[in-house]
Design a protein around this ligand. Structure first.
Ligand code: FES
Length: 105
């Protein structure tokens, strides 16, 4: 099964498996990362699913949707590698993708 490399808010890095065709936010919840709240369920109104995707990872830079870019632009500390985990639908191509859940705020 494909996997993700996740650094949580506690600074610990773990490997979790995921099922393709799921949103990254769902895969993180299934892997136990409930700190990624994803409150709006993918409607792009909350940005509580914000993650930093390692740009060296497989398939790490799919293009933003326009609205996703606007929401990320409104974050307090956006980075070039910021993504909304609810908008990134995983495929087998993301096997090995590494990401960090940023501090809340
Ligand atoms: S879950 Fe709200 S923007 Fe992603």
């Amino acid at each position: 099964m494909p996997h993700l490399i996740v650094t949580g808010r506690d600074g610990q890095t773990r490997r979790i498996e995921y099922r393709p065709s799921r949103a990254l936010s769902d895969a993180l919840h299934e892997g136990g990362y409930m700190e990624l709240r994803a409150l709006c369920g993918g409607c792009m109104t909350c940005a509580t699913c914000h993650v930093y995707v390692d740009p060296r990872s497989p398939a790490s830079r799919p293009p933003f949707g326009e609205l996703e870019g606007i929401v990320i632009g409104g974050l307090a500390a956006p980075r070039e590698n910021s993504r909304l985990a609810c908008q990134l639908v995983l495929t087998a191509a993301e096997d090995g993708l590494a990401l960090t859940i940023p501090p809340e705020g």
